[in-house]
Design a protein around this ligand. Structure first.
Ligand code: ZN
Length: 131
């Protein structure tokens, strides 16, 4: 079963999409299986990280900016090569186990849509596999 979602993103940041993904799992009725969360964009990404302290998300975005700065030497005329690099580094998808009809996430884990070149209206897909 395939679900698609739209979201509005900030200029740069992590948007918690765990509630949307959990709702898709419930609606699918799948008790044991796999959930794939996929981002169809080249300057955004999907990741799983800590949900307790919002400073983790701020530090994540700051760390990515310091690790992958936009360089004058880049040739891509759109001027967002740093965002393309961040997107591929974090990755376009995550796979989460479904057990007992729920996402098998750790206590401190949530699923995040990472925006590296916003603000924009973005999409993501949730594919549920199992019975
Ligand atoms: Zn570009």
């Amino acid at each position: 079963m395939l679900f698609d979602f739209r979201l509005s993103t900030p200029a740069e940041g992590m948007v918690d999409i765990t509630n949307e993904v959990s709702a898709a799992v419930r609606e699918s009725g799948v008790l044991e299986g796999l959930c794939i969360v996929y981002c169809p964009h080249t300057t955004a990404a999907i990741t799983i990280n800590e949900n307790a302290d919002p400073d983790v998300q701020n530090d994540f975005i700051m760390g990515m900016a310091q690790s992958f700065p936009e360089l004058n030497a880049f040739r891509h005329s759109e001027g967002n090569s740093d965002a393309h690099i961040k997107s591929s580094t974090i990755g376009a998808s995550e796979t989460i186990i479904i057990s007992g009809g729920k996402l098998l996430l750790g206590t401190w884990q949530d699923i995040y849509f990472c925006e590296f070149d916003g603000p924009r209206t973005r999409k993501f897909y949730v594919k549920i596999i199992g019975g």
